[in-house]
Write a protein that binds this ligand. Structure first.
Ligand SMILES: *Cc1c(COP(=O)(O)O)cnc(C)c1O
Length: 366
């Protein structure tokens, strides 16, 4: 790995298998099914490993849906905030279940989705998201139906609902309380369904999460309403499995030591910028640097890191947790070289599975 050209994302298969074993444990103990949310992570080179531990994929668009169908297989759920007329037949051809976002989309397309199981997104009008941008329960939210009369009018055409309302929720008691609230408010609907997807955002692969309590709660939910529960873990599936490997190109001291690296937060870890978070940098040692990107955006800053020795040009820095909402969002801003994708196999060997030479940049525009 020392000689590999940076930048590159490095997926650690042993870490991924540890997460997958947690997913499998939850599925077995609860009877719930688990689908990978492709909008979070769609690096299909590792689907061979993930497929054995999960039930399939869920999607947010025709392309994600097709990718899930082609590269992951098993059960394929299709969801989109809005399907276009020209997409719906192809979408149905890849799906086991199609979940409409609104009653009007259901009205419009239910006939063309006759061959597959259909559902509707239910918005319970609360969520665990603290960030307005990502809060499905924000005022005037377009994400799903909440009016019980409207939901009831769909019951002759759907067999289930998808309820996505958690966001990196590490608090089991909060999950439990909110699920009880859903049962109280929507019980009349739940008991007439065959399946309920509780969406993503439950951080059950995190350190210390009470996975057995979650399993018992999901089991009780399924038994009470006579439904098959689904979870759609994105971040929980891949958390802690991937780093972004970069090298120091220049060091500047403007009253603060700044290490400029061959990457960019805007181009390669965009979510951190959107949600105003800092990257997970090394934090041990006495030598502090601000680690910054090489684009001309003034605020292209990963964050502050601490290192054992003073940094030198050419040193490698490893930025943790670079899988979720990261590789799916990389872009060509400033024409910065896009990180290659490499995999650390379980025997320790590293293999580059994809690189992005100049032609890729050129062909992304015309
Ligand atoms: C984003 C999303 C997910 C995945 O969420 P994570 O927080 O990554 O687990 C699952 N289902 C739906 C409908 C989503 O919008």
């Amino acid at each position: 790995m020392a000689g590999m050209q940076t930048p590159f994302y490095l997926i650690d298969k042993s870490a991924l298998r540890r997460n997958m074993e947690q997913v499998a444990r939850l599925r077995e103990a609860s009877g719930a099914k688990a689908l990978l949310a492709l909008k979070c992570f769609a690096t299909w080179s590792v689907f061979d490993l993930m497929r054995d531990y999960m039930d399939g994929t869920t999607s947010s668009s025709l392309f994600e849906l097709r990718l899930g169908h082609e590269t992951f297989g098993k059960e394929t759920h299709a969801y989109s905030v809005a399907w276009a007329d020209h997409e719906i037949d192809e979408a149905v051809s890849y799906s086991d279940k199609i979940i409409f976002n609104s009653l009007s989309q259901l009205d419009r397309f239910a006939d063309r989705a006759k061959g597959v199981t259909t559902g509707l997104r239910l918005n319970p009008r609360f969520s665990t998201s603290g960030f307005d941008l990502a809060d499905p329960a924000r005022p005037f939210s377009r994400l799903g139906e909440w009016d019980t009369a409207r939901l009831e009018s769909a019951l002759d055409r759907i067999s289930g609902v998808m309820i996505h309302y958690n966001c990196e929720n590490r608090d089991f008691d909060l999950f439990d309380g909110q699920l009880t609230r859903i049962e109280t408010e929507f019980g009349e609907i739940l008991k007439r369904l065959d399946w309920v997807s509780l969406g993503g955002g439950i951080h059950f692969t995190g350190e210390g999460y009470p996975i057995d309590r979650l399993a018992d709660r999901l089991k009780a939910f399924q038994d009470r309403w006579g439904v098959q529960a689904y979870l759609e873990p994105g971040e929980a599936s891949i958390t802690g499995t991937t780093t972004l490997e970069v090298s120091v190109l220049d060091i500047i001291d403007n009253g603060k030591k700044v290490a400029i690296v061959d990457s960019s937060i805007e181009a390669h870890m965009l979510d951190l910028l959107i949600y105003r978070e800092t990257a997970k940098l090394p934090q041990s040692g006495d030598h502090e640097y601000q680690v910054a990107g090489k684009t001309c955006l003034a605020g292209d800053i990963f964050g502050d890191g601490r290192f054992d020795k003073p940094l030198a040009i050419g040193d490698r820095i490893s930025i943790a947790d670079a899988a979720g909402y990261t590789m799916v969002k990389k872009n060509w801003f400033n024409g910065v070289a896009m990180p290659a994708i490499a995999i650390r196999e379980e025997d320790g060997s590293i293999r580059t599975v994809r690189s992005f030479p100049y032609d890729e940049y050129k062909s992304s525009l015309s």
